[in-house]
Ligand binder design. Structure first.
Ligand code: KG4
Ligand code: ZN
Length: 341
């Protein structure tokens, strides 16, 4: 079964064809990131205007070598996201489903990030791709707007365990990078400069907020403030940027990994899956994989390019969930979250 997945929740426009929830037939992503760079963050109005501009070219490109008759259903991310951006994808998908007379499936964007882990993508990774996450599992979603831990018994049953009480993980990467005068998005910048801190020994200490709170919530604003205060202090010089980036990254990764491991243990999870833009972080990948193998959990990360927003993850989630919606009434839901949240 082939599903066309459409993603337009924020500043990326994605369209992809995925077969049986895992095989990538085509995937096209356009991003307004370059335009947002000069503002140091996403400006909703710019994001929405770009969505309008590129949605048809992106769809056309994803369908280039494909006969629309071979598509069995259309999936679209209905939220959470920016209302102007969301409306573009949702209304386009509705129009296509109506015109082509195909079933329409609305997808929670956050579950899309989880289902990126079911996608086969890179041929070189064939061996790894033969493995699939097994239930019950714990999912960590770490993106620019969200940080959530989810327990999934199977494809249909999931419950929210906890999330951030303030800033999302990606958002703190972006803000800390900005404080140090690094570029946007901050995550890849922090990762890049942190690699230059070779000794990994420092007298500076940043907090690991809520590390031992005993629940599955997060709070990162204290860490962000601690880094900002240090950067503004007399002790800071620009040559300390790699050290600060490394220490900050270490703090945030340790909290994310410790809480995910605790959730997996308490729920007897077989697998741990990670998704969202911050899942592209190499330090998070290596610490999570090491801890997972230590504690006997199979750890999954999507390919780096499938960690950031794309249409393929929406098509994959739709195949496994298959909640058919009515094309004439499906709505964008900017505040969509998890049902038990
Ligand atoms: O999932 P995503 O593409 O968009 C949202 O749904 O929000 O996530 C974007 C976030 C940004 O905050 C960006 O700084 C972060 O993911 N990010 C990273 C890395 N690559 C992207 N954070 C840490 N390390 C990275 N390598
Ligand atoms: Zn996302």
């Amino acid at each position: 079964m082939r599903i066309l997945g459409v993603e337009s929740t924020c500043d990326e426009t994605g369209a992809a064809i995925v077969e049986d929830g895992k095989r990538l037939i085509s995937s096209v992503v356009a991003s307004s990131l370059k335009l947002q760079k000069e503002f140091g963050g996403v400006v909703p109005e710019i994001a929405a205007r770009e969505q309008v501009k590129v949605i048809i070219p992106v769809l056309k490109k994803s369908l280039q070598k494909i006969n629309p008759n071979s598509i069995d259903a259309i999936a679209v991310a209905t939220g959470p996201g920016l209302v102007g951006s969301l409306l573009v994808g949702v209304e386009t998908a509705k129009a296509l489903a109506f015109a082509w007379n195909k079933p329409l499936i609305g997808v929670n964007h956050l579950l899309g990030h989880v289902y990126a882990n079911w996608l086969e993508s890179d041929k070189k990774q064939e061996i790894r791709n033969k493995r699939r996450p097994e239930f019950p599992l714990v999912a960590l979603i770490v993106s620019g707007g969200h940080t959530d831990l989810l327990y999934m018994q199977n494809h249909k049953m999931h419950s929210w365990l906890g999330g951030t009480l303030d800033d999302a993980a990606g958002e703190v990467f972006d803000k800390v990078a900005r404080v140090m005068g690094l570029g946007y998005p901050g995550g890849p910048e922090i990762e890049r400069v942190a690699q230059n801190f070779k000794s990994q020994i420092s007298n500076v200490k940043f907090p690991k907020p809520m590390m031992g709170s005993g629940d599955f919530n997060f709070s990162f604003s204290g860490l962000k403030t601690a880094v900002a205060n240090y950067v503004k202090s007399a002790d800071f010089t620009r040559d300390k940027i790699p050290e600060v980036a490394w220490l900050f990254q270490e703090s945030i990764v340790d909290v994310l990994v410790k809480k995910t491991m605790a959730a997996a243990k308490i729920h007897n999870a077989k697998s741990i899956v990670v998704g969202g833009g911050v899942a592209a972080n190499s330090q998070l990948r290596s610490v999570m994989e090491d801890e997972g193998s230590d504690k006997n959990f199979d750890v999954y990360f999507p390919d780096k390019k499938l960690s950031i927003d794309n249409g393929a993850m929406i098509a994959a989630a739709a195949w496994w969930q298959q909640d058919i919606a009515e094309p004439l009434t499906l709505q964008a839901e900017p505040s969509l979250y998890f049902s038990n949240q």
